[in-house]
Design a binder for this molecule. Structure first.
Ligand code: ADP
Ligand code: MG
Length: 640
């Protein structure tokens, strides 16, 4: 598949190919294409690239890493990275950490099969004939630091990929623990997210659910003490009280916008549209992080001209070279809140004045990762049943409340439908699976019959019904975002070596804000029903199964990938039945001899090529979920 170009203005440091050549820093337009990185002179007046100044062939790249900024570096040189190739390092300075991460990730991805990838690198600059990290005076000297794998797991990704292609012999450095490291700070000056000692702000109130929990009050500050469980952090409030809090209820104050109700930090374009359309108010607006790293977007809903449907518009907040913000030229402001304040009173070129902020924050706290820290056996008397949601393989599923206030879904397991003891053992493992795109298992009630499985409740119900009945005129971005949600949940399961075995639109649910979450992972192993478990059974998911499952019952993350391709097809056909005209035994015959699903009308060639990679005959040639997530993300990035 051909990678599309990526372009960015960076500052490039001169390469000091001769010891005596002076150091200088120039702005260059960098272009990442299929086979090289080129940099050009740039005319800021005309916004055009001028002459080509140089290029690096991608196949010669050995390493891409961050660099520790120089001491007293000016603001525009805070985010350096290095591209190491046979002529040594090329130093590039990005405007923001996010853009730097994006480029590092992209370049690492395209060079991941290169022959001479390095295992060690220099975390500081080569300057005036010396490596600033280890003081070695030979430019070719081997790196003094083992490559970091922390940077968003990107190095991990290529590492894992390489393993599946051809294992590299371990280098002597890797066999020994790499102890004698130079006494520099780690090469990632900007860690993502809070760490112990950080101050966070509660985005929602959290009434303690278990005795070891700490109460959160909205907009108050807390200090993080311990993060050994990724989802329940130990924290201290301003009165000195300590306890566990759900990590998804707090946010690190990074840009000062967190306290404004109109700021919806982690919201994407389609969620914003969904929210504004639901509110259906002319002039509804919010501010969100743009898909372009480090930038912000104002989303506005307008019913101008008396339209009943209304339209959504998205405006990027631009910055002038003096660091001022504007939406409409000639109205510049020194801060984003000032800019919003102005446009609350003046439309000044926008479809509407910003009349009402729309927020997903006010009362809809996210589901915590469980019903209190460490709780998994739930007291059934704490549950109240409100209404029946549907009936599945294991019996009735109900919507209810836990302790009268928390929404939950309760699966009441019909006796004889599940191998219960095995499931109860496994439930402890499943409780630890936590991801925003997986339906959270909260706990089980096992002291009575029928047993209950208590999970997070998703108010928009099953994805298949949602595709068929609710979704009207979806945009291409919305469809792809749904796919992305699933790839992320599944990439997490894959990283935990957990196989779903029954991935399909019927096993995904839709949250109130439109997010998609995967459910029922691994449950099929506990079904007591031959029609469901045997591949010849009428309930077996034949339409979602690859040849190796149909022929030899060989389940793996790669059979989940096949099913994901079919799920993507369900999304793009708005819930059609795969191979509609064929019965199960015809499908087994035809799929094992090469038949594949056709391209849905709503899917363009690139989307279809992503789903088609999931249906490669040989399981090992199918992508991983992590790669799918990154392909889908790249495509989304280009569409926005
Ligand atoms: P089973 O796994 O036993 O076959 P399902 O998961 O298919 O049962 O559940 C039956 C129906 O109940 C689903 O189609 C969906 O509409 C509803 N449902 C199940 N779990 C939830 C949930 N967590 N939140 C909201 N609705 C749910
Ligand atoms: Mg189900």
């Amino acid at each position: 598949m051909s990678e599309r170009n990526l372009e960015q203005l960076f500052i490039k440091r001169s390469q000091q190919k001769k010891k005596t050549s002076p150091l200088n820093y120039k702005e260059r337009l960098f272009v990442l294409s299929d086979d090289k990185i080129s940099y050009y002179d740039y005319d800021p007046e005309k916004g055009k690239k001028k002459s080509l100044k140089g290029s690096i062939e991608l196949e010669k790249i050995k390493c891409v890493e961050t660099v520790i900024p120089e001491d007293n570096s000016p603001p525009e040189r805070q985010f350096p990275f290095q591209i190491i190739y046979d002529e040594g390092p090329l130093y590039v300075f990005s405007k923001s950490d996010d853009i730097r991460k994006l480029w590092i990730r992209k370049i690492r991805h395209v060079v991941r099969f290169n022959k001479d990838l390095m295992h060690k690198y220099h975390p500081r600059f080569w300057e005036d004939g010396i490596w600033r990290c280890c003081q070695q005076a030979v430019k070719q000297a081997m790196g003094c630091r083992v490559l970091e794998t922390r940077n968003g797991g990107f190095a991990n990704r290529s590492e894992r990929h390489r393993k599946s292609q051809k294992p590299l012999p371990p280098t002597p450095e890797e066999e020994k623990p790499s102890r004698p490291l130079p006494p520099q700070p780690p090469p990632q000056p900007q860690q993502q997210g809070p760490c112990p000692g950080s101050t966070v702000i509660a985005e929602y109130s959290y009434p303690p659910m278990a005795p070891t929990d700490l109460e959160l009050r909205k907009d108050e500050e807390y200090t993080i003490l311990e993060m050994s469980d990724a989802n329940w952090w130990k924290a201290r409030d301003k009165y000195g009280k300590e306890g566990y809090i759900p990590a998804n209820y707090v946010t690190e104050a990074t840009n000062g916008l967190e306290k404004f109700e109109w700021y919806c930090k982690n919201m994407n374009r389609s969620q914003a549209e969904h929210l504004m359309r639901t509110e259906n108010k002319d002039g509804g607006f919010l501010v969100r992080d743009s898909s372009k790293a480090g930038k912000y977007t104002v989303s506005v809903f307008s019913k101008a001209g008396g339209e009943t449907v209304g339209m959504c518009k998205h405006y990027n907040i631009c910055t002038t070279s003096q660091g001022q913000f504007y939406l409409a030229q000639s109205h510049n402001f020194s801060s984003i809140p000032d800019l919003i304040n102005y446009h609350q009173h003046n439309s000044a070129g926008l479809v509407s004045r910003l009349k009402h902020f729309v927020s997903n924050r006010a009362d809809s706290a996210p589901s915590p990762f469980g019903l209190g820290y460490g709780v998994w056996e739930i007291d059934p008397t704490h549950l109240t049943f409100i209404k029946e949601l549907g009936c599945g393989q294991f019996g009735v599923v109900k919507y209810g409340k836990w302790q009268g206030q928390h929404d939950v879904a309760i699966k009441m397991i019909k006796e004889g439908s599940m191998s219960e003891l095995d499931f109860i053992e496994e439930a402890k493992v499943m409780m630890k699976l936590r991801h925003q795109n997986l339906v959270q298992l909260y706990g089980v009630c096992t002291t009575q019959r029928p047993i209950y499985i208590v999970t997070e409740f998703l108010s928009n119900g099953c994805l298949l019904t949602y595709l068929r009945e609710t979704l009207k005129g979806p945009t291409p971005i919305h469809l792809l975002e749904m796919c992305k949600d699933v790839t992320e949940g599944m990439a997490y399961l894959e990283s935990q070596q957990f196989i779903h075995r029954d991935l399909a639109a019927r096993n995904c649910l839709v949250a109130a804000n439109g997010d998609i979450k995967v459910t029922d992972f691994g449950l099929s192993r506990y079904v007591l029903d031959d029609e469901y478990t045997s591949s010849a059974g009428t309930k077996f998911p034949v339409r979602w199964s690859p040849p190796e499952v149909l022929l030899y019952c060989k389940f793996s993350s790669k059979s989940d990938i096949w099913a994901y391709g079919v799920l993507m097809w369900e999304i793009y056909t708005l819930g059609k039945m795969p191979y509609e005209r064929l019965n199960n035994s015809e499908i087994v015959d035809k799929v094992s001899t090469g038949l594949r699903l056709y391209r849905p009308q709503l899917a363009n060639e690139r989307v279809y090529s992503i789903m088609s990679t999931c249906w490669r005959e040989k399981a090992e040639e199918r992508p991983t979920f992590e790669e799918l997530a990154s392909n889908v993300q790249d495509l989304l990035y280009e569409m926005q």
